[in-house]
Ligand binder design. Structure first.
Ligand SMILES: Cc1ncc(COP(=O)(O)O)c(C=O)c1O
Length: 367
């Protein structure tokens, strides 16, 4: 079986983790955490990094920094992971959805302004599968309507918009370091910001809102969303070779594109002139001319020993959100079509040229 993803772990990861074990710094204190936070912030071009247990809670903490009033609205793409909607719902807010743009599958920036109301407090652009959103129009809207930008860069380590790194394009950005991400800590996440107030708040929220002046005295509701030194040790080792990891992803993406271009019935990932795509996962969308949907296509690939994953199902199609009385009767044609017709191919950092050959041959045979 060619897996859809496999983390690439090496000697450095082992060395740093061994240091944690030998010195006993295995919990959420220890030198690797601060070093990982600062080095990741520096890499992305931001001032503060706040490491947390995963990307989902990074988003939750980011939204909590905004102090939403019940019913305040946050605009986001429908084509994303449920973590984005949960972050808003858990903070008493309302997710307001925008359809995907058909080429990059990111939020359709032309449809955002029509969704802004006097309750809108933030926009949450999500860089999809390693391709950035078109950020300038979003930044302009944020300035015009005084909105905060919470950037979900969970899938976009090292990706760029007009030469600037994803994670440096909003007020707060959020990353995931889950095992399928370009940089992994097993489970893990981080918030980045240049805003000292947000940084302090996020640090406090991830650690039970302990007060500096008096231990075990609390004036706010906090969480234990801490990352461990063990996880940060893995992350730091990964970060030390990020350029190599990003290059490998781009090689995988470009090799797939070269070899799949011209096969009828497939839409492939793009790289817009303003973007550096890191091809976190290599997605394909089947045209209606192909006589099967993505689920059937995935089944055929599985029969040939190739693992895939389906595309996101839009937030408006999630029963759990509809049960809360949210998003009922909404339709977003682009997101609905790509959810049905899209899947991603093996894209892990351990994928070889031979592996790509096998995948391409299988795709051609099925088509
Ligand atoms: C776009 C996006 N945001 C947020 C997350 C949540 O990250 P985590 O799995 O670390 O909670 C993911 C996870 O894959 C993601 O793809």
């Amino acid at each position: 079986m060619i897996p859809v993803n496999e983390p690439l772990l090496g000697e450095k990861e082992l060395l740093y983790v061994t240091e944690c074990l030998k010195t006993g710094w295995i919990s959420s204190a220890g030198k690797f955490i601060e070093e990982f936070e600062q080095r990741w912030a520096d890499y992305c071009g931001m001032k503060y990094g706040i490491a947390v247990s995963n990307g989902t809670v990074a988003l939750q903490v980011a939204v909590k920094c905004l102090d939403l009033e019940p019913g305040d609205e946050v605009i986001m793409p429908t084509f994303t992971i449920i973590s984005c909607a949960l972050a808003v719902v858990y903070n008493g807010g309302k997710p307001v959805l925008v359809d995907a743009e058909p080429r990059t599958w990111t939020i359709d920036v032309d449809k955002i302004e029509g969704k802004i109301t006097e309750r809108t407090k933030a926009i949450m652009p999500v860089h999809i599968y390693g391709h950035t959103c078109n950020m300038e129009p979003i930044q302009e809207l944020a300035r015009k309507y005084n909105l905060v930008i919470i950037e979900d860069a969970a899938e976009a380590h090292g990706a760029e918009y007009k030469g600037k790194k994803c994670g440096s394009l909003g007020d707060i950005s959020c990353f995931s370091f889950y095992a399928n991400k370009i940089i992994t800590t097993g489970e893990g996440g981080m918030l980045l910001t240049n805003n000292e107030e947000y940084a302090e708040k996020a640090r406090s929220l991830r650690n039970l809102c302990f007060k500096k002046e008096r231990r075990f005295y609390h004036t706010e509701l906090g969480h234990n969303f801490r990352l461990t030194n063990l996880q940060a040790a893995i992350g730091l080792a990964q970060l030390e070779r990020i350029e190599q990891l990003v290059e490998k992803k781009r090689w995988i993406g470009k090799t797939y594109t070269e070899r799949l271009t011209g096969i009828p019935g497939l839409s492939l990932p793009v790289e817009e002139s303003w973007a550096k795509n890191v091809y976190w996962m290599y997605g394909i969308v089947l045209d209606e001319s192909v006589s099967m949907n993505a689920t059937e296509f995935a089944k055929c690939l599985r029969g040939k020993g190739i693992d895939t994953r389906p595309f996101f199902l839009g937030m408006h199609e999630q029963p759990v959100l509809q049960k809360l009385g949210l998003l009922k009767g909404e339709h977003y044609p682009v997101a609905e079509r790509i959810a049905k017709q899209g899947l991603y191919l093996p894209s892990g950092l351990t994928l070889t040229e031979k592996g790509i050959d096998i995948v391409i041959r299988a795709v051609k045979e099925i088509i």
